[in-house]
Write a protein that binds this ligand. Structure first.
Ligand code: BGC
Length: 881
């Protein structure tokens, strides 16, 4: 009998309601007000005209493993009505319902035909997602009938893993229908408000030209309580206080090397990170490209002023004190708000060229009413001012002037101080890693490159107070490397007389040391432990992708149960995020107490497989019981980061941690923390930002929230450079070491050092020719040796060879990672796990890998298991698994 954590009560639980309300109160902090000429908040309106695709079909989050099967989604239409405001366009929305249904079933029918012709279902579920269909035209008649002067128009987009977005109309660009509708509404209504129900930026060039649009609010994709939270902001019961975490260009062509991204140049195998360190605003600022909305930008209903920033600095810390004043007049209602103070640094140009500015710190105020002020102290370690010199393999601060800029967006700052360093200092001496497999040219500043500037900048530079940093006070850390695992040699038993077979429970009870147990384990036992349980899932190959767990249906996977009887090593359950817990909301359990595996926990699955509903409804054998596990769908990661509020991220983590405890989940497969390298990456919504510092801080805060809960941990992913989806398993990211360390690894480093996440998930892609799951440089030298990570490292699902037909053949140029290679590189756990992985590991012991490699992986898995709650409720009468 398996312990079932889910509830047998189908009613909405008190926890669901509590979490929903908690999330609802946090959502407005992630909404970004892009434009407002006073139309928002809508105050007096009792009736509004609601148009656009997402009014009734509001998108709560992205697709794929980042989806969450929540009980319900409150749509924008419902949210507005729940707020007591009448919708004047019900008929128009009803017509769109039909358009939507037709579009959806056309998609399903076409997909079924592709499946009949040989396409695997997984290629459909993880292919370019169903895009919510274009709506019918808006007519004069509709407008007349609506009899109101206020229109709300919702633009929605969908994306998900396995496919990148496209720079086409209806995806990154607005469709003709959307543009024509917006122009029409702008001409006919007194107030037209646009809501962007999207996971990543869209082209703004055309929309910004339209007259009559009074407000644009990025409502993002806020999870299952979307509509109510959006209505709270629309009608002024709450205020938006989010800021963008990525640069929104006017047009796709403004993004650096966008023409080479993914499908755009037809090369899905190789991605050359030619922009180097110039990712996101680092590019737009340094090369003076005017964005539609800059990084860090966002309006509120209130207006703020930052007063008297004063800077103190030494070799350890930089400290800025300032005052934020809410200067809204009392006539603006509501005048309450929160401001995000952002600190950027411009480093001196030396041997290494530098971006115009980089984010160094940020802080959000408390809620401030009109006229209220708050003193803020923003501190950051001085070593954040370092750059990576790949030639000498060190983090260094070059001699020269470091300008500290303080403001409320990357394009609205003032220089607060000039930190002067007379001599270069080396802060950390590493060694050269990540050798390139192919040479390529990185973008460099030219003699005639002119960076962004603003009118008062020269004067500010001249007047900035000068603070001197003393070079001889800095200390240099020297990294130590140990890239080979050491064999654990047999030790004497702690207690004589205990049973010969050491069990994990002996270790937990202090009767034996973990090393003793590991020493005693055979290579077969260790290989079993290092390969997940996916191979046992009878629901078929595809189960290995979305829901390989046998213990908690819908969870992504389990570790082995086969050492339970002999070694009392329990399994751990691993469930997806990042927008909550992805579980099957409803499942059945046999009379013997075993959950019945059902396959993929992805919404469209049931529609793609004809007859599955009937099967579900068919009479079940005697004793079969139904259980429910409804998790809260929280906002997508980008939206959480848009709050720029660590406390909020910690609260979200805490909410998820509580649900993990409830459902018996040990590891959450989140947060996702890849960098938004290109706006079209299909999974950007699962990631925080284009900036590594912001990503790292968000992940660290969320980690702290989750790991507050006894025995639960996070798995930061996808380590690293999972920035293209179309050929994610076989894409080779070619990147030079400075960009790698400053941009793509920095966020992970911050999270590892600040919050000690329990686990790390390697990515599908290759890094300079080596699969990250097989990279000694990445996992041993960098993660474990330089950063001191001592948790568990697992693969992403199926990197060693996908059990799913069709998927493995996609790569033309590169092969899969190997199972023995994982053990050698310190990737402890292969998920969801194939029998072949075990066989290959066993065959390689003594040649390609040594016993020591298996022991190291075993140690890391067992240490994590010991941190889990899996031994808290060991019950005699349960077959524990
Ligand atoms: C995704 C991971 C996810 C895993 C398990 C993979 O396809 O890339 O992010 O955690 O599946 O569902």
């Amino acid at each position: 009998m398996v312990k079932i954590y889910a509830s047998d009560n189908s009613e909405m639980s008190e926890r669901e309601i509590r979490h929903q309300n908690r999330v609802r109160s946090l959502i407005p902090e992630g909404m970004v007000l892009l434009e407002n000429n006073g139309a928002l908040p809508l105050k007096a309106e009792r009736k509004i005209a609601l148009y656009g695709m997402g009014g009734r079909k509001t998108i709560k989050g992205g697709t794929g493993s980042g989806d969450v099967n929540s009980r319900k989604v409150v749509t924008i239409e419902q949210g507005i009505e729940n707020a007591g405001v009448q919708i004047a366009t019900k008929e128009w929305l009803d017509v769109y319902d039909k358009v939507y249904q037709e579009g959806y079933w056309n998609f399903i029918r076409a997909a079924r035909e592709r499946m009949a012709a040989g396409t695997h279902i997984v290629d459909i579920l993880f292919g370019y997602p169903f895009q919510i269909p274009e709506h019918q035209p808006i007519t004069e008649e509709d407008i007349k009938k609506s009899d109101t002067d206020t229109a709300v128009y919702v633009i929605s987009r969908s994306s998900g893993e396995g496919a990148d977005r496209r720079n086409t109309k209806g995806d990154y660009q607005l469709s003709d229908r959307e543009l024509e509708s917006l122009r029409f509404l702008g001409e006919h209504y007194k107030k037209t408000v646009v809501l962007l129900n999207i996971g990543g930026a869209i082209e703004m060039k055309e929309m910004k030209k339209i007259k009559g649009i009074q407000a644009i609010l990025l409502v993002s994709q806020p999870g299952n309580i979307s509509g109510d939270a959006i209505a709270d902001v629309l009608f002024g019961r709450a205020y938006p206080s989010g800021k963008l975490t990525a640069t929104w260009a006017n047009t796709y062509e403004d993004y650096p090397f966008g023409e080479e991204f993914s499908q755009n140049n037809g090369d899905l195998d190789d991605s050359y990170y030619k922009e180097g360190i110039y990712a996101g605003y680092r590019y737009f600022d340094t090369f003076d490209v005017e964005p539609a909305y800059p990084f860090g930008y966002g309006l509120g209903y209130a207006k703020f002023r930052i007063e008297n920033p004063s800077v103190a600095a030494d070799e350890k810390r930089v400290r800025i004190t300032l005052k934020v004043v809410n200067e809204s007049g009392n006539c603006i209602s509501p005048a309450k708000g929160k401001e995000v103070v952002q600190v950027y640094v411009s480093k001196p140009e030396g041997k290494l060229e530098k971006p115009y500015q980089e984010l160094a710190a940020f802080e959000k105020t408390d809620e401030l009413d009109a006229g209220e002020a708050q003193e803020l102290t923003i501190e950051f370690p001085t070593e954040r001012l370092a750059s990576y010199d790949a030639g000498r393999a060190c983090w260094c601060m070059e001699a020269g002037d470091y300008f500290i800029r303080v403001g409320n967006s990357s394009r609205n700052t003032k220089i607060a101080a000039r930190l002067r360093l007379d001599r270069e200092v080396i802060l950390e001496q590493d060694k050269k890693l990540f050798a390139l497999d192919t040479e390529f040219q990185e973008l460099k500043k030219q003699k005639n490159t002119v960076s962004y500037s603003y009118k008062a900048e020269t004067e500010e530079i001249q007047n900035a107070p000068v603070l001197t940093l003393k070079p001889d006070k800095f200390v240099t850390r020297i990294a130590c490397y140990q890239e080979k695992h050491k064999e654990i040699v047999k030790k004497d038993r702690k207690e004589s007389g205990s049973a010969d077979m050491i069990k994990l429970t002996d270790v937990i009870a202090g009767r034996a040391a973990l090393e003793e147990l590991v020493c005693q384990m055979t290579k077969e036992e260790m290989a079993m432990l290092c390969v997940g349980r996916g191979w046992e899932n009878e629901a078929g190959g595809e189960a290995g992708i979305g829901s390989a767990s046998l213990a908690a249906p819908g969870a992504a996977g389990d570790t082995t149960v086969h050492l339970m009887q002999t070694r009392e090593i329990r399994n751990m359950v691993l469930a997806d995020g990042p927008a909550g817990l992805r579980l099957e909301p409803e499942f059945q359990v046999t009379a013997e107490g075993n959950p019945i595996p059902t396959g993929i926990a992805l919404p469209m699955y049931a529609d793609l497989v004809e007859g599955i509903e009937e099967k579900k409804e068919a009479k079940q054998p005697e004793g079969v019981k139904t259980y429910y596990q409804y998790a809260t769908a929280v906002p997508i990661a980008t939206m959480l980061a848009q709050s720029w509020n660590r406390k909020l991220l910690e609260e979200i983590g805490d909410t998820i941690g509580a649900e993990m405890e409830e459902f018996g989940i040990t590891l959450w497969l989140a947060p996702g923390m890849n960098i938004h390298r290109n706006v079209l990456c299909g999974r950007n919504f699962e990631y925080f930002s284009e900036d590594p510092l912001l990503s790292g801080c968000c992940a660290a805060a969320e980690t702290k929230g989750v790991q507050k809960h006894r025995g639960t941990g996070v798995t930061i992913k996808h380590f690293a450079l999972n920035n293209q989806e179309n050929n994610r398993s076989f894409n080779n990211s070619h990147v030079k070491e400075r960009a790698l360390r400053e941009i793509y690894l920095k966020g992970f480093e911050i999270c590892v050092k600040e919050a000690a996440p329990m686990a790390v998930m390697t990515s599908y892609n290759l890094l300079n020719g080596v699969h990250t799951a097989n990279s000694v440089d990445l996992l041993m030298s960098l993660l474990r040796n330089e950063w001191g990570f001592d948790g568990l490292v697992m693969t992403d699902w199926g990197t060693t060879g996908n059990p799913v037909p069709g998927l493995a053949e996609k790569g033309k140029a590169y092969k899969t990672s190997t199972a023995p290679g994982c053990m050698l590189a310190g990737n402890d756990l292969i998920m969801p796990g194939m029998k072949r992985d075990m066989e290959e590991i066993l065959a390689a012991v003594g040649t390609e890998i040594q016993l020591a490699d298996l022991q190291a992986a075993t140690m890391n898995i067992l240490k994590t298991l010991m941190k889990s709650a899996r031994y808290d409720e060991m019950e005699e009468n349960h077959r524990i698994d």
